[in-house]
Design a protein around this ligand. Structure first.
Ligand code: SF4
Length: 447
């Protein structure tokens, strides 16, 4: 019997990628095969994102692009944008199934109905109860069988003024600990070397008596080389959590710590749960306790009402912190958020786009400086690198690259390679010789 083919396009966060893999899993278990889109698939899944206006636009573009490229295929649009704006997807035309954050995991069932009319099922966010499947197979071929995302938590109870995620994904809930460990075990058996724990607000993890620390202690027992924590909220980066990472040989010395603003007035307006001083204290505590720790931060500019003094407070705070990298975002007004209500009622004034662009440029300049400073300090030192990619470099020489434990990109000097393929998925000690213009470290194997 000819197997039906399914092709998936995923936008947005690590969580979306982990979930896409689980959804594809359910199709494989029902006799479908995953295709890369080179041939005409029977079904295309577009896993959307709605975190910013731009992400929403990209989601709509992907839907149109896929319908145009594969006119014979059935099209399913799922995820956060489908949850929040199902009508705008229906208006595109040519979409067969639209499923929200809860129903998306049952896509295989809905497709099996073979309904010809547009099937839309989007539950209100409040009713999105269970966290759904945990384990993920690798997403995409880019990382071979090296790194995989594992979903441990979903949703969020915080309600930051600018954020649409709680509207799209519902309240915080966690994947049961035994299911997480089972998922991690399956990934380890499948040969993955690094597992990235992902969720929306993962430090809010709770399974019975087990919190985030207990989850980490339990997952350390799984036979995998590396465990990486994705983003973590500053107010829940406790000393106990920091110590658990510091004393572990498997949990990577890397925290992604969203700051958003260094001004207490703006942090209060955003309804974030820390002050600039509190953030600084958590940051420096982690940097001091965890050797070679890489700490990256998200920072937002152009938040309505942000003055030059607020921006200066953000800039000065980040200038003083040994950040490994910064992700700079311009504030995106999301419908349905309390910020959107404050702006439309005139309580908060929008920042002129030119001002926002100027502030982004200044912060991007600082981001490059910070990343350069953090990366350069490893020249002359040895780093353990998990190799995940091979490509043809200058003069056709093979370059193999990967990430260090503290998330630095490292490539092996061309010409210093015996069997490049065998390196993928292996962790090797590399002596760092220099840093390229793209802030990538280059080195030689330590034999
Ligand atoms: S912590 Fe805030 S920004 Fe993060 S998902 Fe929750 S509401 Fe959104």
């Amino acid at each position: 019997m000819v197997k039906k083919r399914v092709f998936a396009v995923t936008l947005g966060c690590k969580l979306n990628y982990a979930e896409t893999s689980s959804i594809l899993d359910s199709f494989v278990q029902n006799g479908w095969e995953i295709t890369s889109g080179d041939d005409t698939p029977d079904l295309i899944i577009i896993h959307t994102c709605a975190v910013t206006g731009q992400a929403g636009q990209k989601s709509r573009q992907q839907v149109r692009k896929m319908i145009k490229r594969y006119p014979q295929s059935r099209v399913a649009v799922i995820g956060c944008y489908a949850q929040l704006y199902p009508e705008s997807i229906e208006k595109i035309g040519g979409v067969d199934v639209i499923l929200g954050s809860k129903e998306k995991f049952l896509l295989q069932k809905y497709i099996a109905t073979g309904k010809e009319t547009v099937y839309k099922n989007v539950s209100p966010p409040g009713s999105i109860a269970e966290a759904a499947p945990a384990h993920s197979l690798v997403y995409g071929k880019k990382w071979g069988r090296t790194r995989a995302f594992l979903k441990v938590q979903d949703g969020c109870n915080y309600g930051c003024a600018y954020c649409t995620i709680p509207l799209a994904r519902g309240k915080s809930r966690s994947v049961p600990l035994e299911t997480v460990i089972e998922g991690a075990g399956k990934l380890a058996e499948a040969g993955y070397r690094e597992i990235v724990l992902t969720g929306v607000n993962i430090a809010d993890y709770r399974s019975g008596a087990a919190g985030m620390v207990e989850l980490l202690q339990e997952i350390e027992t799984v036979d995998v080389a590396r465990i990486r924590i994705s983003s973590i909220e500053p107010d829940v980066l406790s000393d106990r959590l920091i110590d658990t990472v510091a004393s572990s040989s498997k949990i990577m010395p890397h925290f992604h710590l969203p700051l958003q603003s260094g001004s207490d007035d703006i942090l209060a307006a955003m309804e974030r749960r820390y002050t600039a001083a509190g953030y600084r204290e958590r940051f420096l505590n982690a940097a001091a306790a965890v050797p070679d720790c890489a700490i990256g931060a998200d920072v937002m500019v152009g938040y309505p009402g942000e003055t030059e003094a607020d921006f200066q407070a953000t800039f000065k705070l980040l200038e003083t912190l040994p950040a490994a990298y910064l992700h700079v975002f311009a504030c995106s007004m999301r419908p349905g958020t309390s910020l959107a209500a404050q702006v439309s009622s005139g309580i908060r004034q929008k920042v002129p786009s030119g001002t926002t662009r100027g502030r982004s440029r200044r912060l991007l300049g600082l981001a490059e400086k910070k990343q350069g400073e953090f990366t350069r300090q490893y020249i002359g030192k040895n780093l353990d690198v998990l190799f995940e990619e091979r490509r043809d470099g200058k003069g056709g020489k093979t370059v193999v690259s990967g990430y260090s434990r503290n998330y630095l990109r490292v490539q092996v000097m061309p010409g210093d390679l015996r069997k490049p393929f065998d390196l993928i998925g292996t962790e090797k000690k590399v002596h760092i010789v220099k840093m390229t213009g793209d802030l990538i470290l280059e080195g030689r194997f330590v034999t």
